[in-house]
Design a protein around this ligand. Structure first.
Ligand code: RP5
Length: 166
């Protein structure tokens, strides 16, 4: 989406998060939402995190999707530095299969909000979808794309009622 100014920022704590977070990007691509993506680590690049979050709104971003694994403080720290909605994606960790990531992101103390999605691919997919729905509040083309996606999904189920493998 290089021709339009990004409306969604998709960030992640490490390149190793990409196989999960690419599903958020794929959904944004599918729905025609302009986005940017980059690695921003809460503990390896804390100054970058602050710069990114503080400048996000003035650069035109409307939503930030932040994925991280383990002690996943990225979404909460980003949310502390911007009033934009932050959607957190818990990435599967090797040791605890993402339960640590989920609790780190979901258990924000009251006062700074992070919307927490499911662990892994489903969460990343839905973070992209939810970001599009937020952008769609003020963008009818994106809203139409979300409606079309949902209608197509519904029709696919109705067209394939037999659960047995083909
Ligand atoms: C977190 O640590 C990242 O979000 C990643 O999920 C996890 C492991 O990072 P790497 O050691 O693979 O770079 O900060």
């Amino acid at each position: 989406m290089s021709n339009s100014a990004p409306k969604v920022g998709v960030i992640m704590g490490s390149k190793s998060d990409w196989p999960v977070m690419e599903h958020a990007v794929a959904m944004l691509e599918r729905l025609g939402v302009p986005y940017e993506t980059r690695v921003v680590s809460a503990h390896r690049t804390p100054d970058l995190l602050f710069d990114y979050a503080k400048s996000a709104a003035e650069r035109g971003l409307q939503v930030i999707v932040a994925g991280a694994g383990g002690a996943a403080h990225l979404p909460g720290m980003v949310a502390s530095q911007t009033a934009l909605p932050v959607l957190g994606v818990p990435v599967e960790s090797k040791a605890l299969k993402g339960l640590d990531s989920l609790l780190s992101i979901a258990q924000m103390p009251g006062g700074i909000a992070v919307g927490t999605l499911a662990i892994g691919k489903a969460g990343a997919t839905n973070a992209g979808l939810l970001a599009a729905q937020i952008v769609g509040l003020h963008d009818s083309a994106v809203r139409d794309a979300v409606d079309a996606f949902r209608a197509e999904q519904t029709q696919m189920v109705l067209d394939n009622p037999d659960p047995r493998p083909e």
